[in-house]
Design a protein around this ligand. Sequence first.
Ligand SMILES: [Fe+2]
Ligand SMILES: [Fe+2]
Length: 304
Amino acid sequence: MMDAKLRPYVTFDYDGFTWADETKMMEIIHSGGKINTIAEMTREYFDELVWLLVSQMDSEYVGAYGYMPIVYIAPQFAARELKDVPAIVHDEFTHGTRIRDALNMIGFDADRWVENHQHDYSFRIRQGEKLSAKRPTMDFRVNIFYYDLVVPKNELMTWINFGLFQFLQDRGAGEQLRDTLDSSFAPWARENGKTMSEENKHIRHGDMWMARLFQNYPEFIQQQFDLWWPRSLATFGRPESRHNDLWRKLGLKRRTNEEVVRAFLDRSEAPFGLQIANQTVGLEILTTEEVLTMWRQSTVPGKV
Ligand SMILES: [Fe+2]
Ligand SMILES: [Fe+2]
């Protein structure tokens, strides 16, 4: 069933549309073929695809807004950051725009969606405030984007949060993106291929700053890491996810949530998983098995 909030943005005759035959579509997917247009989709495929794309688009745009204030403080830490941080902000807007184009192409009016939700994109909960189970805005962002990177009147902590966000969240999102590079929806795979190479740069940027900052402020870094860490884990979804099972059946995604968390922690090729990346930083991080237990028991409100 299509989410009621998304339904008004469909630009074609959704109820009268002749959807693809399920057996035929599944044959294409099982033989490694790709889906490019709505005519090749079942209704279920379309519904799930739109949900995934809107969630990514909103997260990219919201992420871009979240990074914008960092531009003001960045050059205090290194002059070259006046070039790098605006470039990262630009990357995030570009990532959102790639998904917006893909949505418009399949008959979802993503432009109007953005026009109607843009006022929410800069919304963040206050420092120390807990995120409730009921989402505070109407956009489809991943929950971690509700937390503010900016700590008022504390530029060092704000900068640490920014570096940490790349170290953790870009790495986690990158791992989730990797899963879509072989998606059955060809335009998504193609666009995320470009996005991925940019995310890899963000991860390297975060790794570099974490290593540098940890030398001077190990307690602050550990403290902020412990704060962001459960929020980051919650973005991987639930261990038993019916949604993820469905996405894998449709070939939209390929791995289980647990496989993605494991790769996030233990990936042995560049960009390395968190455990290897941390060898040049020095944070105290639980073992992979302990992290997985923590993730399975997590009560932080997260996505599906
Ligand atoms: Fe991004
Ligand atoms: Fe990024």
